[in-house]
Write a protein that binds this ligand. Structure first.
Ligand SMILES: C[S@@+](CC[C@H](N)C(=O)[O-])C[C@H]1O[C@@H](n2cnc3c(N)ncnc32)[C@H](O)[C@@H]1O
Length: 304
């Protein structure tokens, strides 16, 4: 298709989606084209994880400078399309070049923090229990989510994301409320450290995409930072984990994905979601720990 024709078609599709009520649209192509065509202030919430430029099949290079260049283009556009009071959540890990580690949230924040309308509200640590065993440094078991809001009058709904109190029977021990229960009956704030299993080979959500994040990670952000019916945007859709989280919470999804085979995975997950065949690990599912008698918990003779 002629590029001008393709842009006109994209513009038309986006306008139709924004004005209508359909729940799912993924642009099969470059997110920069979507960003260029979206009007100002139409996106209540973006939840995304960009390429880390570390040599994955979809990374254009292994250079931190390319990550930075990409973010210099993305930041003003992401800020422009975010609605006043809306949010941007950016999930990143580390960049490693010649065994030197750069936390990509540092690199991204250096650029996002130059946007006058964006304010960092949390740097959330996503902790998980499994991954590569490093030999020349401590094994990495966390990544980060930077949450920015646009403006000071921003949406933050704590109630849908409260977690059970650790000590529900705790009482005020002094002051005017002495003796009364001190915790909120609906649960406590989940804090800025979230333990959610990553999507490894055994995870129920695993697809052929090499770098999925869990649906639960996006789900907590969506529940706290948007309202039912809102459009949730993921410019780097991948297998559409954000999209699935958006639908599960009664929101609509707009995405972009440049790689056709990942678009096919996203389509299949959407179809499975619609027929209730899609498996998702719920946010509140307990993290499995072996009992002392399980074979994996027993020390082999040569460990003793
Ligand atoms: C870290 S992955 C996102 C994974 C996703 N969060 C999930 O759970 O499946 C980044 C994705 O961005 C896609 N991508 C890279 N550059 C892109 C671009 N310019 N426009 C749209 N998608 C792009 C890659 O193909 C890859 O699937």
């Amino acid at each position: 298709m002629d590029p001008l024709e393709a842009f006109a078609l994209l513009k038309h599709k986006l306008a139709e989606f924004l004005a209508g009520d359909s729940e799912w649209l993924i642009h099969r192509g470059d997110c920069h084209d979507v960003l260029a065509e979206l009007p100002n202030g139409v996106i209540p919430l973006t939840v995304s994880s960009p390429p880390y430029f570390i040599g994955k099949s979809y990374d254009r290079s292994k250079k931190l400078a390319d990550f930075q260049r990409e973010h210099q283009l993305l930041a003003p556009q992401l800020s422009r399309i975010t609605r006043d009071g809306g949010s941007l959540c950016w999930q990143v890990g580390n960049h490693v070049e010649e065994n030197a580690v750069t936390p990509l949230d540092f690199a991204a924040h250096e650029i996002f923090s130059k946007e006058p309308d964006l304010t960092l509200r949390n740097r959330i640590i996503w902790h998980f229990g499994h991954g590569v065993h490093a030999t020349r440094r401590f094994s990495g078991r966390h990544e980060a989510v930077l949450w920015y809001s646009k403006g000071d009058d921003y949406l933050f709904n704590l109630d849908p994301v409260r977690v059970p109190q650790k000590y529900p029977g705790k009482r005020h021990y002094k002051g005017p409320k002495q003796g009364q229960y001190s915790g909120h009956p609906a649960g406590k704030n989940p804090s800025d450290v979230w333990e959610i299993p990553n999507v490894n080979a055994n995870h129920v959500e695993k697809t052929a995409h090499p770098c999925q994040f869990p649906v639960a990670l996006a789900e907590r952000l969506i529940l706290a930072l948007s309202e039912p019916g809102d459009i949730i945007f993921d410019p780097f859709t991948g297998s559409a984990s954000t999209g699935i989280a958006a639908l599960r919470t009664g929101r609509r999804f707009l995405g972009a994905e440049v790689c056709e085979s990942y678009c096919t995975i996203a389509d299949a997950r959407y179809a499975d979601y619609r027929t209730k065949a899609l498996k998702v690990r719920p946010l509140d599912k307990e993290i499995w720990a072996p009992s002392a008698t399980d074979a994996v918990a027993r020390k082999p003779a040569h460990f003793l």
